[in-house]
Design a protein around this ligand. Structure first.
Ligand code: ATP
Length: 348
């Protein structure tokens, strides 16, 4: 069941230098007990989309120019501050990349969790304290009573991220948005935090929105995927479908350009040429056209919208499913040739 539904959302930042349309026609839903991954290169609008689902972008310069953000059927875009406060925390919680920027260095972690719980709910301090200790225990922190009395610098990076997750969980949100939750951590700790999120998702039947540029993580942990490019959703399907048969050239090229768990270690990467466009100066037509290996002259005529290519699988590309399938084969052949060249280079 979808607990959060975003429909045709448009978000822009009105700056002195111009209008940045950071989120264009975004439609997606988050179901309880499932993980939706939002992926894309830097500047594609992932964080702006996530912050929008909590109305956390600074208003102004942020303006919501269309669409709906429905949490349990109620539109956040028509809510007042009091209603929004209730949704933030108790309904939808968010964790960020760097826990140090969100934690207060001069307060104990227990006190910070208690304060966030009391802010969100009408709870007595004793009850909030018990909740904080319980939340620390739930995220796998040993001796939670004792650890609650310690300061953030007494925790390792991974443990601090666990504290942030505990703070988010303490009010039992139905959706947890995790914005690059493991980017600042080393690989082993990254895996542990992802395991924890997976476990909490199942245990509390929570919906998770995972924002990441790490496709390996997406292929392992996501149920559904939304790919963004230049502020637009460009592909949407189950993770299985996106990885098996990507329907947007951007996704195909992104997958060839990044290491993935389901590819052999050391597989040759095929980087996407060029870089993502400046949102203040977009090319005409499809924003990916200048970098696309399947580009055609007509791609510069209109901005493609997300349309159903095969049942349950949407992509923003004017090519037909057959043309896209042929394109995917071409790219796979190119990757195989690169691989063969690299192997030959090693053996000669
Ligand atoms: N508060 C803001 N004020 C002005 N512009 C903003 C603001 N937040 C985001 N933007 C702009 O919106 C666009 C999308 O940014 P966003 O941070 O959502 O991208 P992203 O995909 O999350 O990138 P990254 O992976 O680097 O975090 C960028 O052009 C960014 O400069």
């Amino acid at each position: 069941m979808a607990v959060l539904e975003v429909r045709n959302l448009n978000v822009e930042f009105r700056l002195d230098t111009g209008v940045v349309r950071a989120v264009n026609d975004a439609t997606f839903s988050v179901e309880q007990g499932k993980t939706l991954a939002i992926v894309g290169e830097s500047g594609s609008g992932k964080t702006a989309t996530a912050l929008s689902t909590l109305r956390l972008n600074p208003e102004p310069p942020c303006f919501y120019t269309g669409g709906e953000i429905l949490f349990e059927g109620q539109d956040l875009l028509t809510m007042n501050e009091r209603q929004l406060r209730q949704v933030r925390g108790q309904g939808i919680a968010m964790i960020f990349q760097d826990p140090m920027t969100s934690l207060n260095p001069v307060r104990t972690v227990g006190r910070q969790i208690v304060e966030s719980v009391v802010r969100r709910e009408k709870l007595g301090r004793a009850e909030a304290k018990a909740r904080a200790v319980q939340a620390l225990r739930e995220v796998g922190i040993a001796n939670p009573e004792e650890r609650a009395g310690q300061y953030p610098h007494q925790f390792s990076g991974g443990m601090r991220q666990r504290v942030m997750i505990a703070m988010a969980l303490a009010s039992r949100p139905k959706v947890l948005i995790a914005d690059e939750p493991t980017t600042a951590l080393d690989v082993t700790v990254q895996a542990q935090i992802m395991e924890l999120l997976d476990d909490l998702k199942t245990r509390f039947d929570m919906g998770i929105v995972l924002i990441t540029h790490d496709l390996a993580m997406v292929s392992e942990k996501a149920d559904d995927v939304l790919v963004m490019y230049a502020g637009r959703p460009v592909e949407k399907a189950t993770a299985e479908a996106v990885f098996a048969t990507p329907r947007m050239p951007y996704t195909m090229q992104l997958m060839q350009s990044a290491p993935r768990a389901d590819r052999p270690k050391g597989a040759v990467l095929d980087p996407i040429p060029g870089s993502p466009p400046d949102l203040l100066n977009l090319p005409p037509g499809c924003p990916f056209e200048p970098r696309c290996f399947l580009s055609r002259p007509e791609c510069t005529e209109t901005v493609p919208r997300l349309v159903t290519k095969t049942p349950g699988h949407e992509a923003a590309c004017i090519l037909s499913p057959d043309e896209l399938a042929t394109g995917a084969q071409t790219l796979a052949a190119r990757a195989a040739a690169l691989e063969a060249d690299a192997t030959e280079g090693v053996s000669s």
